[in-house]
Design a protein around this ligand. Structure first.
Ligand code: PEP
Ligand code: MN
Length: 379
């Protein structure tokens, strides 16, 4: 694979945090909404359904790059207002596609995530502009792009300064006419093997027909996708674009009801909105799983920093009892405010310190050993 200096898999997987939603963590992030924004009521109804399903992000195109110049091209600024307003009503985030400098300028401050469509995956000048902003970018795979070309497109955005790229597999063009495109599910695994970026799947543009969406969405989760981007319309028969592939609201919610089990089977979490409200045993446990993952990730990050701190200490000064006491006291105070037993902190932290000190000593001894293998002046 060519020169994936930033998108390439170096250390850990990236998670992208956007206004309270984490993409690439343990939770599967569901994004849904119509292909194109058509009216205020259509967007309010769509947002209600996304919320009910446990989705976190409302989609809707306002600048539509259509294959034919005579097809509906989107409502532009007016549509953007409907999208943003509907997302706000339901406390959702929103995503929309940009197609050029002008549309980027219009939406950049209004939406939470920006989408680059398949047709623009290799619009390199646009990709470079996306590197100048801080919003996360959903980068769809081009109609006939190889995985390498797709990752290099991500590299364009990242090397221009924006590391927050989410890859989206949306089907590629093949010789098979029974579906609109062919959903390349193995691309999810390959992209995750080659890069640290989160990968989501859009089964709607892959299949082009609603009867396959639910199964493909579940398959995507099973194969390791971090999220789903699915077209859903309050009245698909009347949709201005992509009606045949848009789910009915009930189908969207039904899919969400079934997604938790699939997610659980691959050690991920998805909580349908309805269940979330009811606080079932399953949904409470799902929330605990997410918190546990965050705890372990934070502990791992702490240990990494601890090793760096160790590099700056002398071997006989690795343990610093007064600093340990100070940390525990601060955390006991914080814990008390949060109704956490001081005993818990007094039990856990000495263990953390013990492992930290051991790891610093090990690290130092290893480094010293390496140095003694290559004494100064030897060749
Ligand atoms: C879309 O998401 O509405 C869209 C146009 O998708 P793609 O770029 O994948 O065709
Ligand atoms: Mn569409």
């Amino acid at each position: 694979m060519k020169d994936l200096r930033l998108a390439g898999l170096n250390t850990e997987r990236s998670t992208i945090e956007v206004n309270g939603v984490t993409i690439g963590g343990k939770e599967i992030i569901l994004m849904g909404g119509p292909c194109a924004v058509e009216s205020s009521i259509q967007m309010s109804q769509s947002a209600e359904t996304v919320k009910k399903a446990g989705g976190k992000i409302l989609r809707g195109g306002v600048f539509k790059p259509r294959t034919s110049p005579y097809s509906f091209q989107g409502l532009g600024q007016e549509g953007l207002n409907y999208l943003v307003q509907a997302a706000k009503e339901q406390d959702l985030l929103c995503v929309t596609e940009v197609i050029d400098t002008l549309s980027l300028e219009l939406v950049a401050d209004k939406v939470d995530i920006i989408q680059i469509g398949a047709r623009n995956m290799q619009n390199f000048e646009l990709l470079k502009l996306l590197g100048k902003i801080t919003k996360p970018i959903i980068l769809k795979r081009g109609l006939s792009a190889t995985i390498e070309e797709w990752l290099l497109a991500a590299e364009y955005i990242m090397s221009a300064g924006n590391p927050r790229v989410i890859l989206c597999e949306r089907g590629i063009r093949t010789y098979e006419p029974s579906t609109r495109n062919t959903l390349d599910l193995s691309a999810v695994g390959v992209a995750k093997e080659l890069s640290h970026l989160p990968v989501i799947v859009d089964p709607s543009h892959a299949a082009g027909r609603r009867d396959l969406i639910s199964a493909l969405a579940k398959a995507a989760v099973a194969v390791g996708a971090d999220g789903l981007l699915i077209e859903m319309h309050p009245n698909p028969a009347k949709a201005a674009s992509d009606g045949p592939q848009s789910l009915y609201p009930e189908q969207f919610v039904q899919l969400a009801r079934e997604l938790g089990k699939v997610a659980g089977s691959v050690n991920r979490v998805f909580v349908c909105g309805e269940q979330g409200d009811k606080e079932t045993l399953e949904s409470l446990r799902a929330q605990i799983d997410c918190i546990d993952q965050t705890l372990i990730e934070s502990l791992a990050a702490r240990m990494q920093i601890v090793r760096k701190v160790g590099d700056q200490k002398r071997l006989d000064r690795v343990k610093d009892a007064s600093r340990e006491k100070e940390i525990i006291q601060r955390l006991v105070n914080l814990g008390t405010e949060l109704q956490l037993s001081p005993e818990l902190i007094r039990k856990i932290y000495p263990l953390i310190f013990e492992f930290a000190v051991q790891s610093q000593i090990r690290n130092k001894l290893e480094k010293e050993k390496e140095l003694s293998c290559y004494p100064i002046g030897s060749n």
